[in-house]
Design a protein. Sequence first.
Length: 160
Amino acid sequence: MDERAAGAIGAAVQVLGDRWSLLVLRDVIFEDRRYFRALLTGSAEGIASNILADRLVKLVEAGMLARGTAARGQRARYSLTEAGIQTLPIICAFGDWGRRWRPGTARHGAAPGPGDRSDLIAAAMDQLRVRHLGAETPPPAGGEPLDQLKQLYYRTAGDG
């Protein structure tokens, strides 16, 4: 680890503090993009292929993603690790901040909305554990938590 990464915040910034890492994790979490091509072509921000390849390597090395072994001629599939799943509350906090303070977002200046979302985020994390880690949990009541969070935090530019 870099000597400049003093303390817990510095250590987290080493992994998540660049322009692309949280956006790659966002696309894996909310869009279930788990292959290189899907991440490349689905990026609303237009990530370059060399940057994406670099970020995927760094996220795997940091223990945020696991790279499945690909047989000859097949594509490698990426899955979230528990550490990657634990970024969901961080991504949601970024979304809350962005909605409140950045111009051009769907609800600029608006509060993130009523209520505490910790139960919804916890349920979405359980859903990710099933999808990426093969965990077994009962299906959620009231709709898929990831779909609910996606509606709150991950809107396309045309969604107003």
